[in-house]
Design a protein around this ligand. Structure first.
Ligand code: ADP
Length: 721
């Protein structure tokens, strides 16, 4: 986070001695030569002119055409982008003189992209990044990590963070423009963002003292027609909001001048031909198949030319990383070396940045990525793509009333994007680890997330923003009524809403935390139990935000080794307390963390992320006055597990199952069979009842993140709902 300068000791840019501005400028002028070659560069004047006249622009351009990095730089020196003094009416009827605008926000669906884009744009603009210098003009803000300075003009942030900022500042007063990037991904948060922004641009501007807000919506593939209609509808329906439904034909909309307020811009990309090679027969083990293809490429195809492999998640990435490294050892020494680089959301930042560095001489980069690399992140040098054809997606399981992560076939449009990554700089090849007839059966496009996931967070955000009538909210795609009702019930269950469906005090507090509503509820419950319990729960939640802190040990032999190595960490209460003892041991004083992690078969990489999250959560809790401003409280080792588990039950009362006489577990709500996942320390154990964080469905239903609880606690927690 940005260091808070002392009020009367404001650092001045010129006294910033740490940063070598000359070398930054030199680097920027080298990069300028590269930037000039981007397809978008020739459109700079057109884009500036259009945005001077109109407030909304829809911009379509292929991945890599330069949208995310160049648009903010095209706009930042425009006259309308300057901070403007304005008189802003306040709720109490008074008028406040304040500065409006001056900053550009660019939203991203993924944190990895937000950070790496900010880093790149800072380099291109010749300015230090974020909080590293008070003179920095480019910053970023993602969950658990914000890096900005008092001079930030361009800020990359996740959609979720922009929604958070809107809770504090509904009119987005500090911004002159909001650039919504990657709308084609259609995550829930982008749908909410566009809904709120439509209201902001088409409505009156009293909250901004009359200063306009420009909105640029960018997409690699999206169907711009529907977005155009969506924003036109906003301009058209505005005057009619008081008297009921918006109506009127498309012709009438044009007459009302809405088309004058929205411009559309198409950027033609550059794409070299990419040859597609399908698997001749269906592939059962795509990790193994990918391994073979990687070495086939490495032995047969000339360098330079890096390989980008699309996998499903951290686990498959790490499994393949290990295999490629093992096989590379026995490789013909006359061949170039292989540098394996994983890329997934939970990877610590330093490791993520390595992906963008050019390969050392005589080395081929092999990047193992999740669908992050599909459109969000562009890595140069890639000539070969290996596509497993699958991705992990969130899917709401109505019967269970919760989200689970499922590995599903990707859409045709995603497959085309993946393939395109091979042809950005030269002709390339794309190896699809599925057959051509499988490809033909894929869906055309991704289903918007709002149609398939838990909506409680989205709903809480809307309620906290004062949207009471959810049905009238301008959704890009309207979610099913059933899913909205489920989310309402869930929020009522954790006391985030009051009986009339309005936001409660608890709900407001939860909405301001960077957590899902359930985890937010757990944190609040823990804070009521006292500081020690809260610190412990923060440690556990930090672990839950990382995919897996323990190294994968699925084979029998490895399982035994893990049992021994981790014996002193395992807790019979279950995974939550085991996570806690792991964090405590890892974070202990005088511990060589890397060596400790290796000895205990714990992922040092994952634990570094855990420590980052823990630091951020503690600081958020201090800001929210849930924690005192004193870190010495950290030294305690004797908390009882009961308040910790009971705090978790406040959020997860419906994620519980009890043991039934046949020895299996049945969910308390819904009476479904569920088994404890083999990765849990409680695997194979019989306890009265279990509580779990996550429900995964592979060949059967598994509970992950499991702890033993007592049925009467569950009863109490459910009764409290
Ligand atoms: P788009 O948004 O249209 O997909 P970008 O603006 O993200 O395009 O990328 C434009 C170019 O900038 C890419 O071709 C890539 O070479 C370069 N680039 C983007 N991000 C980074 C980064 N983090 N490191 C190095 N180069 C980058």
């Amino acid at each position: 986070t940005a260091p808070k300068g002392k009020p009367n000791n404001k650092p001045k840019p010129l006294t910033d001695t740490k940063t070598n501005f000359t070398s930054l400028r030199e680097k920027a002028s080298i990069l300028y030569e590269q930037r000039k070659k981007l397809p978008i560069f020739g459109h700079a004047d057109e884009i500036r002119t259009k945005l001077r006249e109109q407030d909304v622009m829809l911009l379509v351009g292929e991945t890599g055409s330069g949208k995310s990095t160049q648009i903010p730089q095209f706009l930042v020196n425009e006259f309308w982008c300057r901070p403007t003094p304005a008189k802003v009416p306040q709720k109490d009827g008074s008028v406040k003189s304040m500065t409006v605008g001056g900053c550009i926000a660019i939203t991203q669906p993924r944190r990895v992209a937000a950070i790496s884009l900010a880093r790149r744009v800072a380099e291109e603009m010749g300015t230090p990044l974020g909080s590293s210098s008070p003179a920095s003009k480019v910053g970023y803000s993602v969950r658990f990590d914000t890096s900005t300075s008092p001079s930030t003009r361009v800020k990359f942030l996740t959609e979720g963070m922009l929604l958070q900022e809107m809770l504090h500042d509904p009119w987005l007063t500090r911004y002159s423009a909001i650039v919504v990037d990657e709308v084609h991904e259609r995550g829930v948060n982008v749908d909410l963002t566009t809904g709120f922004l439509r209201n902001l641009v088409s409505g009156k501007r009293e909250g901004r003292g009359g200063v306009p807000l420009k909105v640029v919506v960018m997409s690699a593939t999206a169907d711009m027609e529907s977005l155009l209609g969506f924003f036109q509808e906003g301009f058209k329906s505005q005057p009619q909001l008081q008297n009921g439904e918006a109506n009127g034909t498309a012709e009438e909309q044009k007459d009302e001048g809405s088309s004058k307020q929205i411009s559309v811009c198409h950027i033609k990309g550059r794409q070299f031909p990419v040859q597609t090679i399908y698997s001749p027969e269906p592939v059962h083990d795509y990790v193994d198949a990918a391994l073979k293809v990687i070495f086939q490429i490495h032995y047969k195809e000339p360098t330079p030319g890096d390989v980008l492999v699309f996998l499903t998640g951290q686990e498959t990435v790490e499994a393949l990383e290990k295999l490629v490294n093992e096989y590379a050892v026995g490789m013909d020494p006359s061949l170039p070396r292989i540098q394996v680089l994983p890329l997934f959301a939970a990877l610590p930042q330093v490791a993520q940045q390595r992906v963008f560095a050019p390969a050392p001489p005589r080395t081929r980069k092999v990047i193992l990525a999740t669908n992050i690399a599909e459109t969000s992140v562009t890595v140069s040098g890639v000539r070969y793509v290996v596509d497993c054809g699958k991705a992990k997606v969130k899917q709401f399981r109505t019967r269970l009333g919760l989200d689970s992560l499922l590995v599903k076939p990707i859409s045709k449009s995603a497959a085309i994007q993946r393939k395109g990554r091979a042809g950005r700089e030269a002709p390339g090849k794309c190896y699809r680890l599925y057959t051509e007839s499988d490809y033909l059966t894929l869906d055309e496009t991704n289903t918007p997330e709002i149609l398939r996931c838990d909506l409680s967070q989205a709903l809480l955000n809307m309620k906290a923003r004062g949207v009471d009538d959810i049905v009238r909210f301008p959704f890009l795609t309207r979610p099913p009524r059933e899913a909205l009702e489920k989310a309402l019930l869930q929020l009522l269950g954790i006391d985030a809403l009051d009986e009339s469906g309005g936001i409660s005090e608890v709900g407001l507090k939860i909405a301001k935390l960077p957590l899902t509503p359930t985890l937010g509820r757990v944190l609040l419950a823990a804070s009521e139990q006292g500081t020690e319990c809260l610190l412990d729960v923060i440690d556990i939640i930090s672990c839950l935000s990382v995919e897996n802190i323990f190294l994968n040990t699925t084979s029998e032999e490895k399982k035994e080794a893990a049992e021994i190595a981790r014996r002193d960490l395992y807790r019979r209460e279950g995974d939550h307390l085991t996570m806690l003892s792991t964090v405590r041991a890892y974070a202990g004083e005088n511990v060589d963390r890397k060596a400790w992690a290796e000895r205990h078969l714990v992922s040092h990489r994952a634990m570094q992320s855990v420590m980052d999250v823990r630091k951020q959560l503690r600081s958020q809790c201090r800001q929210a006055k849930l924690l005192p401003r004193d870190d010495r409280l950290d030294q305690h080792f004797d908390t009882s597990p009961v308040p910790i588990l009971q705090s978790f039950l406040c959020g997860f009362a419906t994620n519980t199952a009890r043991l039934v006489p046949d020895g299996s577990y049945r969910t308390v709500v819904g009476n479904q069979t569920v088994a404890i996942h083999p990765s849990s320390v409680l695997f194979g154990k019989k306890v009265e009842a279990i509580m779990y964080n996550e429900f995964v469905f592979t060949n059967r239903s598994y509970a992950r993140g499991v702890s033993a609880v007592q049925m009467d606690w569950v009863g109490e927690a459910l009764a409290g709902q």
